[in-house]
Design a protein around this ligand. Structure first.
Ligand SMILES: [Zn+2]
Length: 281
């Protein structure tokens, strides 16, 4: 027997009258497809509490997860990209930038900030995938370079959170130069004996993997993150072999010696604070 019996037949609600949950309040977990309420997501640091899938989040969420009381000072917030090549694909690069700024409320695919985690100072640069696929253009490289300068000047450890599809093709060689620039700055950071922790999140690929993401004194990843250089299809066609199971997952990359730890996001802050304490002594 049903709990509720529909007694009147033919009740029709027009679409306009239907009450919908506001956008973004409920999300489906991309892995297990179970509904996740926004407040549950916040409470669980944006990890699905059914299957432990780590939802893709941006700098706003990472800052709130890591910084004490979500307090921080944003660094170099007003850097925006030029268009040195007058690049046009399906649309003009300048139009694409404007559109992305409007859509995301961000200035480019990265934000940097100085705050405290468990009372210890930390400079964090965090990429935003929503902004042109988290692509590494001049602004991304420049913000990382300036953040490292800031770290050196103030003797504060540096954390880089990578999430990227790789180089930004609209900036071509200018984008590729960021690999050398950021790597050189990290060498200066190392000379100054200031710790650098690299956190690789889903996905970290292309020129980002091939430069700053893999240069940490400690390289950490989130579980299940896609980490690689070229995509699996390209590799498969090049080596003419089937790829092993789990290829390019954080777990696979760690097994092959390129990562030190895989850390659940819910334990990330405590782990980072512990590393910072260890390295400060
Ligand atoms: Zn799930």
């Amino acid at each position: 027997m049903a709990w509720f019996k529909r007694e009147s037949k033919g009740i029709i609600t027009t679409t306009e009258e239907k009450k919908e949950a506001p956008d973004g309040i409920w999300n489906k977990c991309p892995n297990c497809k179970k509904p996740l309420h926004y407040s549950e997501q916040v409470e669980n640091q944006y990890v699905c509490h059914y299957c432990d899938y780590h939802l893709r989040i941006g700098s706003k969420e990472y800052f709130s997860v890591l910084f004490d009381n979500n307090e921080f000072t944003e660094l170099f917030p007003n850097l925006t990209s030029g268009d040195p090549l007058n690049f046009v694909d399906t649309k003009k690069y300048t139009a694409r930038l404007e559109e992305s700024m409007e859509k995301t409320g961000l200035k480019d695919a990265i934000r940097a900030a100085h705050g405290k985690i468990d009372g210890q100072d930390l400079v964090v640069a965090c990429m935003d995938f929503n902004f042109i696929g988290g692509s590494m253009g001049s602004v991304v490289g420049e913000k990382i370079a300036r953040s490292i300068d800031y770290s050196i000047k103030n003797k504060i450890p540096f954390l880089m959170i990578s999430k990227s599809g790789g180089a930004r093709m609209m900036e071509a060689a200018f984008s590729l130069m960021q690999m050398a620039k950021t790597s050189a700055k990290l060498a200066l950071l190392s000379l100054a004996k200031i710790p650098y922790i690299s956190l690789l999140t889903d996905p970290t690929t292309g020129g980002v993997t091939a430069s700053y993401a893999m240069l940490g004194d400690i390289n950490i990843a989130e579980p299940g993150a896609l980490i690689g250089f070229a995509g699996p299809r390209v590799i498969k066609e090049t080596i003419k072999k089937d790829l092993p199971k789990g290829f390019q997952t954080a777990e696979f990359v760690q097994e092959h010696g390129f990562l030190d730890f895989i850390v659940d996001r819910r334990e990330m802050k405590a782990k980072l604070a512990m590393f910072l304490k260890m390295m400060a002594n």
